[in-house]
Design a protein around this ligand. Structure first.
Ligand code: NDP
Length: 254
């Protein structure tokens, strides 16, 4: 059974893996045997993360680029190919949050949130699939959110982007499933990462999360790892277009 989850010989590109959920997912996939391509915008942070992963025994290389930059995304896939690396597993994780009432929101901020959280998954998914289709296999994991399912005030562009991730994932499954590619999504609940620093420091919000989550606590980034390995491995070869919530049960009661 252990072989079912073995990622030896596979290469995984995880966007936004310098910290937080992406980093935990990268280290989890590395632990299952995958070679890692680590990404963030900050070149120094990206190289540091990749070096730390190598020091921890993983096969990891750095690829600093902005996931919203079409030319940069195209170039990175070309560069990886030139180095002999083919992406078997793509995790579209990079994302940003922006809290503001919609009536105050600028078009630029709307666009930035949509581009980072949704359009990036199209850009990277397209490049990955162009190479996975001829090989007849590939795994794509898109990171959604509780807001893939429901709206929350003051984060509407984020909600729209994460809702879009849900249908983009189904679309990828519909178009690329016949070519042996599985695209699924993970919907994390409220997790302890830098993105949520202001929320965890707010006693009212902290109490709300703990009170409304059946698990009674925030999630830890490493709690996504099992689901990520499952969706990246042969264990999920007949699972396509799904969104799995890893949220301590919160989506069921919100
Ligand atoms: P963090 O802010 O902790 O980390 C975000 C990562 O994404 C960093 O590595 C950051 O690096 C990178 N990143 C951001 N923008 C870009 C970009 N344009 N191009 C390349 N890399 C980028 O976030 P989390 O780990 O908390 O969140 C990860 C994902 O999980 C996001 O998609 C988020 O929406 C989702 N999520 C998080 C939840 C949570 O509770 N934390 C809940 C539900 C979903 P750099 O700044 O150097 O670019």
């Amino acid at each position: 059974m252990a072989g079912l989850f073995d990622l030896t010989g596979r290469t995984a590109l995880i966007t936004g893996s310098t910290r937080g959920l992406g980093r935990a997912i990268a280290e989890g996939l590395g632990g299952a045997g995958a070679a890692l391509v680590v990404n963030g915008r900050d070149r120094h942070a990206t190289e540091t993360a990749a070096r730390e992963m190598r020091e921890a025994g993983f096969n990891a290389r750095a690829a600093a680029f902005d996931v919203t930059d079409e030319a940069a995304v195209t170039a990175i896939f070309r560069d990886l190919e030139a180095e002999g690396a083919t992406i078997d597993i793509l995790v579209n994780n990079a994302g940003i949050q922006h809290r503001q009432p919609m009536v105050e929101l600028s078009l630029a901020d709307w666009q930035r949130v949509i581009d980072t959280n949704l359009t990036s998954a199209f850009l990277l998914g397209r490049e990955a699939a162009r190479r996975m289709i001829p090989r007849g296999r590939g795994k794509i994991i898109n990171i959604g959110s509780l807001t893939s399912e429901l709206a929350r005030a003051t984060v509407i562009p984020y909600t729209v982007a994460k809702g879009g991730i849900r249908l983009l994932t189904k679309g990828m499954a519909a178009e690329w499933g016949p070519h042996g590619i599985q695209a699924n999504a993970i919907g994390p609940g409220y997790m302890l990462t830098e993105m949520n620093e202001a929320l965890t420091a707010n006693p009212q919000f902290d109490a709300w999360v703990k009170g409304r989550t059946p698990a009674g606590r925030w999630g830890r980034p490493e709690e996504l790892v099992g689901t990520a390995i499952y969706l990246a491995s042969g264990a999920s070869d007949y699972v396509n277009g799904q969104l799995i919530f890893v949220d301590g049960g919160m989506i069921s009661v919100l």
